[in-house]
Each structure stands twice: as structure tokens, then as C-alpha cells.
Ligand binder design. Sequence first.
Ligand code: ADP
Ligand code: MG
Length: 692
Amino acid sequence: MTNISEVFASMVFDDRVMRQVLPKAVYESLKKTRLEAKSLDSDVADVVATAMKDWAIGKGATHFTHWFQPMTGITAEKHDSFISFDKNGQVLTEFSGKELIKGEPDASSFPSGGLRATFEARGYTAWDPTSYAFIKDNTLCIPTAFCSYTGQILDKKTPLLRSMDALSDEAVRTLRLFGKEVKRVNATIGAEQEYFLIDKADYQKRLDLKVTGRTVLGAPASKGQEMEDHYFGSIKPRVKAFMEDLDEELWKLGVSAKTEHNEVAPCQHEMAPIFDNANRATDANQLAMEMMKKVAERHGFACLLHEKPFDGINGSGKHNNWALSTDRGENLLDPGSTPKDNAQFLLFLTAIIKAVDDYQDLLRISVASAGNDHRLGANEAPPAIVSIFVGEDLDEVISSIIDEKESGRKAKGASILDIGTGVLPKLAKDTTDRNRTSPFAFTGNKFEFRMPGSSFNIACTNVMLNTAVADSLAVFCDELEKASDFNSALKVLVKRELAAHRRILFNGNGYSKEWEEEAARRGLSNYKTTPDAVVHYADEKNVALFARHHVYTREEVVSRMEIGLDEYQKIIHIEANAMLEMLKRQIIPACIRYSDSLAQGVSTKVSLGLEARGEKELVRKITALVDSLLEEVDKLDLLNQKELDDVYASARFCANSIVGQMAACRRISDTLETMVDKTCWPVPTYSDILFY
Ligand code: ADP
Ligand code: MG
């Protein structure tokens, strides 16, 4: 049995280690930097670097790297060893404050969306002292931000840190209205991570899985998830061994893996950590995804993080649990039990409702990808429409505030809530946790945003959320700070804003057709595909929002929009390539061989005077399907080769033409799969893969 307290964070240069190894003054200065997100004194850096190096070498590290999150969504590292020589040629280990604080990776091949010409390949990585350094594979990894020579940001961490600062400033300001002095308010995140584990041998045999992470072909298995027997079902010993190993690896890195269980679909599982501030939670989730893949290898598995690896069964998401916490540990989304706390809660709640309504497009954009297009709106995932579920109790409260009268359902105990004097009815956890179809649900003391895809870096979603909420709070503070009577101004504001943004609240079934129609009547946006959504990134109101809070410049927004579209069109082309290769070189030849052998058998039988009616019919059917498949494949080939002028046109063309043509090819191929002798089928089927 693992001793968790011994293992946990044993590979992390965390507060405990710092207190031990750093001189007191240096420790205090660094701690201040960390807690208040202040910049670091330069003379402190050298001391920290040496202590960090000695600690790392003591743990067996030989190299160090600046660990950063470029726009590819994965993390990047370039390893340098600690080795250097003194003037007598003796080997030394060295690591200076300069090396800790700043790195200069050759950045030319990371996407920048036109921000940094390739010839000007210099990029800088800068230490983020608010996230802990850690040792992975004998390498000291230093979490860093990544920007271009001219200071434009090229990564996902920098905007996240900026959005956290903006949110903190406005939340601190808001709390002052309630007579509370705090230094910092952090967004806290717990990211529940879904994934699939399949046998590595099956994975190796399918080109689509290897190059796209999902199956682009495949008929349904005879059993899917209809029995609902996998969810929280008993875990296979082999999977259990994987989970134990994963937990231990994550614990060493200070990632607080807490729950591991099966999910709805066969072979689908989930890992949830204990929440942390948005920055560290993001780093932790990146590490979790990396370790899942690595540990899977050790156990003969492939870990699929794709949003929709298999058609017809659930895809994987990542639930982004989000709340606000002060440096004194108060959760601002906890309704509290005094009138004053309730009023404060209602103001934050109103700010969030306004933010989600005003910037529903940004939230949708933050979860847009080729993979997630299969998931959003499919029957297991929230629709592409953003709406908020607050639960029955809170809904009553909101209605009574807006309508200023007792609501019809008085029997349930709801009454007029006089903000600032009345006390909220106790919120029952089960009434807030019931709606699994809502994309953005209040779950007692946090919101759960369920649209992000399983492979996403959660930074982008939280940049949108933090910045939008910061903006609502700023607008509210501007008004309330001027008021002569705070309580009555607060009432007026909360009532007015809740009424103005009521349309975003929806407690019904988010999967239903009726909701789509109702949402259209309410004027909510419903962007079905990635290009539909992403082209709104640089809408004037969004550019203005990011500029107001110093999160992105206009150029940075445009570059992110172009990267998003470019990535989308590249993925669709790769998927089409993989499909074409499998169809042309594996599936169609196998079908032809099979129908040839059937035909030969039929002619032998006919020569013996047998009728072989059914077999003849089978040959005829298979031959006809192969003919139409060949036709559809030709069409796909042509579409896939079409060159378009820019990423906008190309992404649209992918969504509107290529995706549909891929579906046409797949339909025929999947039908053939159900007719052809299994021993002739050239790739593992869903039954093979999902029921190993
Ligand atoms: P479930 O959603 O399955 O009911 P939990 O309520 O236990 O599960 O929480 C799911 C995730 O939400 C966990 O990662 C947990 O750490 C996180 N979480 C709990 N409280 C907060 C909070 N205040 N801020 C952010 N995340 C939180
Ligand atoms: Mg959850």
C-alpha cells in the first residue's frame, strides 16, 4: 500500500520544501509573490534557483526545462542539463537565477497565428512563480509563460494569469462594498477528466486511432451502453492497476487525484482531482492528461482523450467546476446563512449570470474543436447553446426578486427575498445537482461548466469565464460605489440585472428539440460547428472586453481565432486522409476479396446444379455497396484536395462539405462491415475494442 502522505508532492518544489531550503527572507518574499501574484525580486531568483537545483539533484534530476503551454493545447518542454565546466575543466552543476526566470526556446514551429514570423523565431519563456516546479522523468520542470520577442503572448498560461488578476481586482473591489478587506480572490477549478482505455494492440492496428485519436469508421458493437452497467460498475483488475499507478504518479507530482471511476460508455473512465486555484488546476490537468497516456502504455493500454473516439456511444468531456475563493478561504459562491452574506452571494451570482449571457459566444468558442463538434448537441453532451441551470430553489429566489411578489409555489417555502435583510432558503444539494443536461449548472457552491472537451487545455475556458465575470463586477462596482444608500442601490441593481439576463436561465431538458426552438426565440446563440463559433472571437464587443481587462490585444484575439480555424481545418483534412487510406487500401480491398471468394463459391455451386440464391444475393449486395463506396470515396478525395485561399474559407468548406462526405463514406463502409466475414475484416471492430 502506498503511504499517500509520504508520496504526495514528493517531486514538487512546494511551500513545504521552500520553507525548509530557502533563507527565511527569501522564502517570505517568494510566498508574497505567490499569494498576491506580485512580481518577483530579481535578487531572490538566484537564491531560489540554487536551492531548487540542489533539491532537484538530490531527487535524481539531471536536466531542467521550462515547461510551457503553447497554442497547440499540449505542453512543451526543451531539456537542458545542469552540467557546465569550471575554468579548470571540472564538471559543475549549475543553474542560475537567469536560467530559472527566463528561457529562449526556438519557437518557430509553434502556432502563433501570424503574430511572429518564422524568421523571427525567438520566443521567451518566463517563470511563473505562482505554480510549483516539479520533477518528471529526471527533469526539473519549471512552469513558465511563453511570449514572442515583441511581448505578444503565444501561450495559454499568460492570458489565464491575466484573467485571474482582472477577476481578483474586481472581486476584491466588490467585497470592499460589503466591508471586507481581502488581498486576493482566486478562481478555483476542479477539472473532472474523462478518458477511454483500450488495448494497445487494437489501437496499433487502426490508422485512424493512431493519427486522429478517434475511429473514423466502425459499425456499432452488438452491445453499447444501453444497459448502463458500466457506470460506477466494478473496475476490471487491469484497469484498477492502471488507476492505482496513475494515482501514485499524479500524487508524486502534487496532483490531488481524488476519485477514479468508470463512466457511462464501455471502456470509459473518469478522474477528478481536488480543486485548486485556476492556474495550478490547469497545470495539474495538463500533467494528468500526459500521465494518463504514459501510464497507459506501461499497462498495455492506449489512453484516448479524444472527445468522440467511438460513434454511437458517449464521448468524453471535461467538467470545469468553477468557484471564487478569497485569500481567507471564503468561497464566494457559498450562499451563506446571514442576510449580508446572502446579499453578497446574490451579487456575485448576478454577475455570473450577466457574464454568461453577455459572453455566451466566448464560452462556446472556448470549447469549439473538430472533436467537440461530435459531442456538443449529441445526446450525451450539453447542446451547443449556452444556458445556466440554478436549481429549483434558487430559481424561486430569482423569480421572487424579479417579480417582487410571492411566487406561485409558496408551499415550497419560497417567499419574497428582501436582499440584505432576508435570508435565503437553505439550498438542498439534490435540487441543484439534478440537471445533467445543462451546460452550466450551479451545484451548491460552485458552477460546473460541462461543455469543454476531454482533450482541451482548460485555460481558454477559464480565461473567458474569469474575464467576463470580472467585467460584470466592474460594471456593478462602478454603479454601487457611487450610491449613497448601498442597500437600496444593490436591490435595484440585482433586480434589474436578473431581469435583463433571465433568458440565459433554463432548468428544463437541454437535450430536447423544444429547447433549441425556445432558445432561438430567446435570442440565445446556437453555433453548431467550430467555424460557426470561432469567427465571432474577434467581434468588436469581445475585443473590447479583453482590451478593457488587459487580457488580450486585438492582434492576440485575431491570432487566436485564426489558430482555432486553422487547427480545425487541419484536423478535418487529417481525418479525411486517414479515412481515405483505410478505405482505399484496407476496407475496399477486403470487401472485394470477400465478394470474389463468395462469387467463386457461387459459380462452383451453380455448376453443381445448386441454386445458391441467398449467396448470389449477398454477392450482389456487397458488389453494389462497394461500387457506391468507390464513388463516394472519389468524391471525398476531390473535396479533400481542394485548395482554398484562407483559413476562414477552408474551415467553412471542411464543416460544410468534407464532414458530410466523410459521413456518406462511413455509412456504406459500416454497412459492409456488418455483412463481410469477420475474419476478413482488416481492422479491429468496435466489439473487439470495447469488449476486450
Ligand atoms: P460531482 O460533480 O461528481 O458531484 P463533486 O461535487 O465532488 O463531484 O466535485 C467535482 C469536482 O468539483 C471536484 O474536482 C471538486 O474538487 C471540485 N470542486 C469542489 N468544490 C469546488 C470549488 N469550490 N471550486 C472549484 N471546484 C470545486
Ligand atoms: Mg461533476
